[in-house]
Design a protein around this ligand. Structure first.
Ligand code: ATP
Length: 465
């Protein structure tokens, strides 16, 4: 029995659209749902997640620096890395409904196995029409998206053919020597990058889970040969802790050994950090892959470019090519995971003495798109300006909403639904006692606080935001 009901995901997608976290891309032209645009709240949540990752991986340590490499790299990059030949998925087509799927994404029709292992094609059931075992012979389908660079006649040919990066790490490898020289880094050390990546996915879908354009947060961690396995364990634990610290229930996470070779088929060891997304057909989905890439990439780039990418170890008096451990997390997938994890329903008292069902996003305040809402009890010539002035004061430090439209209960519900941790209500008593009510999202507890002390109180409560 899956722990997360399939309807939970549908509810999250519906909330995301309704409240402005994400919209199907190109909706006016009949969107396909294969791509999503982030709305006003979605960009805030995404940026907050990215900032938390950067804090944990770069600013919170003294052994990692950042980088931002180009999306379009020299074509030789992808030949050397193995992507040009190896970054392909086996594609099969259902003979009954003509839908195409990745062979490794099909699940066993009898056992309904959700252990991440691909099913035998004979027993695999079409996720679209339900027909069993009616598959065409698998063929390879390149995952690389290609563009043509250059305006001159003839540039459209092979000479101008470039790939859009399918992963963040290669841009880091090409810059290793530059970074080592300029930042005086020595292994063990890392280079972090948040990168928009492109993959020609056969079956994009499931909201932000699989799109052709997505963002990856990748750390390339360079170590002495032989130290990869130890650091792989270290980063798997560190990265898992990061999700838990930001509010994901450890029961909704698992470690999962990669069943197949990764990009370029050179992966030595990958363990995925899976989250219980509750996807139709598969309860679990990967959030992040932690891979021991050994020296494959650096060796390939050194050979192909003729540049020495080895590191001189002064202490040992020897020269070696670093090995790489790479935790690579999907930022867009993380946006979806944190929405799913935070989504809850409970009951809230209403003004008639009864209770209403409420939907609440229990986002960690560090991730919440709006940190506080200032709400006058009602739209009023005296209350609204006081509330507006408070909102303006608080905006110097955080994203803060002001809202005086409609019943107060409804305005609380809206803030609960978008995950705002604190609502500050200015009421008629405020005019006498210069105090306001601060309501906490999860407990709905209300505390009376001097107006002049609201900024200090929020500064305490929102530490780290
Ligand atoms: P899959 O097998 O699901 O296609 P992968 O295991 O090849 O993906 P990696 O190359 O390890 O993925 O990428 C690291 C992370 O990047 C993934 O764990 C995921 O969070 C994210 N990612 C990869 N492909 C996509 C995509 N098409 N859309 C959104 N996120 C993605």
């Amino acid at each position: 029995m899956p722990k997360r009901a399939a309807t939970a995901l549908a509810d999250v997608v519906s909330l995301a659209r309704r409240r402005g976290f994400a919209y199907p891309s190109g909706e006016v032209y009949g969107a396909t749902r294969a791509a999503w645009d982030l709305g006003p709240l979605g960009v805030e949540l995404r940026d907050n997640l990215r900032r938390q990752w950067w804090r944990a991986v770069v600013h919170g340590r003294d052994d990692v620096v950042g980088l931002d490499a180009s999306i379009i790299l020299p074509p030789a990059t992808w030949v050397a890395s193995g992507h040009e030949d190896g970054f392909a998925d086996p594609l099969t087509e259902c003979r009954s409904c003509r839908q195409r799927f990745r062979v490794d994404h099909l699940r066993d029709g009898e056992t309904g196995d959700d252990d991440g292992r691909p099913a035998d094609l004979v027993s695999a059931v079409c996720p679209s029409c339900g027909t069993r075992g009616a598959w065409t012979e698998p063929r390879r389908f390149s995952g690389l998206l290609t563009t043509h660079v250059g305006a001159a006649e003839g540039d459209e040919g092979e000479g101008g053919r470039h790939h859009l990066r399918p992963e963040a790490a290669q841009g880091v490898f090409l810059n290793l020597a530059n970074v080592v020289t300029t930042s005086r880094s020595k292994p063990p050390f890392g280079i972090a990058q948040v990168a928009t990546c492109f993959r020609n996915e056969i079956t994009p879908g499931d909201f932000l889970f699989r799109t052709r354009e997505f963002e990856q947060m990748s750390l390339a961690w360079f170590v002495k040969p032989g130290e990869g396995p130890r650091w792989h364990t270290y980063w798997l634990e560190e990265r898992t802790r990061w999700y838990v610290d930001l509010g994901i229930d450890p029961d909704d996470l698992r470690h999962h050994e990669h069943p197949r070779p990764g990009p370029g088929e050179h992966t030595t060891h990958t363990v995925d950090i899976d989250f219980r997304f509750g996807l139709p057909g598969s309860e679990w989905g990967a959030l992040e892959g932690v891979t021991d890439r050994a020296d494959h990439d650096l060796r390939a780039h050194a050979e192909a470019s003729g540049r020495d990418l080895s590191f001189f170890d002064q202490a040992a008096g020897e020269r070696w090519l670093p090995h790489v451990v790479e935790p690579a997390a999907g930022l867009s997938r993380a946006v979806m995971a944190f929405l799913v994890a935070a989504h809850a329903t409970d009951e809230a008292p209403n003004t008639k003495g009864g209770v209403d069902q409420r939907t609440v996003l229990r986002l960690d305040p560090r991730l919440a798109p709006v940190k506080a809402a200032v709400l006058p009890l009602s739209r009023n010539a005296e209350l609204s300006p006081r509330a507006r002035a408070l909102a303006t004061e608080l905006r110097a430090s955080w994203p803060v909403e002001f809202d005086d439209a409609g019943a107060i209960g409804k305005r609380y519900r809206r803030q609960d639904e978008i995950g705002t941790p604190y609502c500050v209500t200015v009421d008629f008593e405020t005019l006498d006692d210069e105090a306001v009510t601060v309501r906490e999202r999860d407990t709905m507890q209300q505390t009376r606080v001097p107006l002049a002390g609201v900024a200090d109180l929020l500064a305490q409560k929102l530490r780290g935001c």
